[in-house]
Design a protein. Structure first.
Length: 330
């Protein structure tokens, strides 16, 4: 698939964004190879999309405010990586569902689906991901890693690390990792990651990595039973977070950790992961398919398995499960 050309509207925004002085309709018309009337129509359409564009007869057009919207036009100027093919939706049932559809139609690695709102956002283990409109990040990535299906669970750890890096860089908050794939701030969940795979026995066909980040949402957005377990970046920081700048950081950091993982395996990221773990030295209970296992967390193995010592001092490896802290998060 080749990259689509930027639309005329996107090019107008790009010109106005970089220009300190107003730009005349005539100049825009010349640069875009269209009439001034056509430029005006695009300006009107941009205003309808939330751009504030001032116009004066004498001087021309000036961009004075951009919308808080996670689309390609807004994200592109902030992105430095190569994941910049973004399909934006005001509302979707689930970005995972749409990403799967695109991937089956051949969408390349790094394709991103974003929704401002999800009506059927999905979490791990059949849970719901609460996805109110216009305040958070809900996105799904199409990945096509040349990996054995056995290694794919490690990807969730890797994407968690990338998310935590992005949170620290964009907000200064101390984001910590809860094995296998949650990111916490102050002991409360801010990021959820859902990785789903289509594979043959020995070869991964595609991975859909769904990432939800509570950015500017409030605690009241969540059902009562979750309110003491979740937070958002804005609640934790005590100020609103620039969603567009955050999402761009997120995509760049997810790509950087993903590439490091493909090049060196999880072993190359393990010590950073452990440094930011919320669980190091803590007593936890892990619910696994083979029953519960309680012990003190020693760290991770090079393959991402959680290492625990039980009360008798014996070391155990857990490859999959759901963790609760035996003594709370304080
Ligand atoms: C979890 O912690 O249970 C994982 C939550 C994953 C939520 C994200 S939001 C974007 C993507 N679309 C979905 O329906 N789910 C994931």
């Amino acid at each position: 698939m080749t990259r689509p050309m930027p639309s005329a509207a996107d090019r107008i925004v790009a010109w106005l964004r970089t220009s300190t002085a107003p730009v005349s309709g005539e100049e825009l018309a010349g640069r875009l190879g269209m009439s001034r009337a056509a430029v005006f129509k695009h300006i009107e359409a941009l205003r309808a999309r939330g751009y504030t564009i001032e116009a004066s007869h004498a001087q021309g057009y000036r961009l004075t405010a951009t919308p808080d919207r996670l689309d390609e036009t807004e994200l592109a100027p902030h992105l430095s990586g190569s994941w910049r093919r973004v399909e934006w939706h005001a509302r979707l049932d689930s970005t995972q569902r749409r990403a799967r559809e695109l991937a089956r139609d051949g969408a390349p690695e790094g394709t991103v689906v974003v929704a401002e709102e999800q009506t059927a956002g999905r979490g791990r283990l059949g849970r719901t991901w609460h996805s109110p409109a216009g305040c958070n990040v809900y996105c799904s990535l199409v990945l096509r890693p040349a990996l054995s299906p056995l290694v794919v669970p490690q990807l969730a750890l890797v994407l968690g690390l990338g998310s935590a890096r992005a949170i620290r860089a964009a907000s200064g908050l101390e984001a910590r990792l809860k094995w296998p794939n949650d990111v916490l701030v102050g002991g409360r969940k801010v990021v959820g990651i859902l990785t789903e795979m289509e594979a043959e026995l020995e070869r991964v066909e595609l991975v859909l990595a769904g990432i939800g980040v509570n950015v500017n949402g409030t605690i009241e957005d969540f059902p009562a039973e979750l309110r003491d377990k979740v937070t958002s970046l804005a609640v934790a920081a005590g100020r609103p977070i620039d969603r567009v700048a955050f999402m761009a950081r997120l995509l760049d950091q997810l790509e950087a950790t993903y590439r490091a993982f493909l090049a060196h395996g999880f072993a190359g990221l393990r010590s950073e992961w452990e440094e930011w773990s919320a669980l190091g030295g803590r007593r936890v209970t892990v619910r696994t398919a083979d029953g519960d296992r309680t012990g003190r967390v020693v760290g991770l193995d090079d393959d991402g398995a959680l290492r625990l010592t039980d009360d008798a001092g014996a070391l155990h490896r857990v490859v999959a499960g759901d963790v609760t802290l035996a003594d709370g998060y304080a």
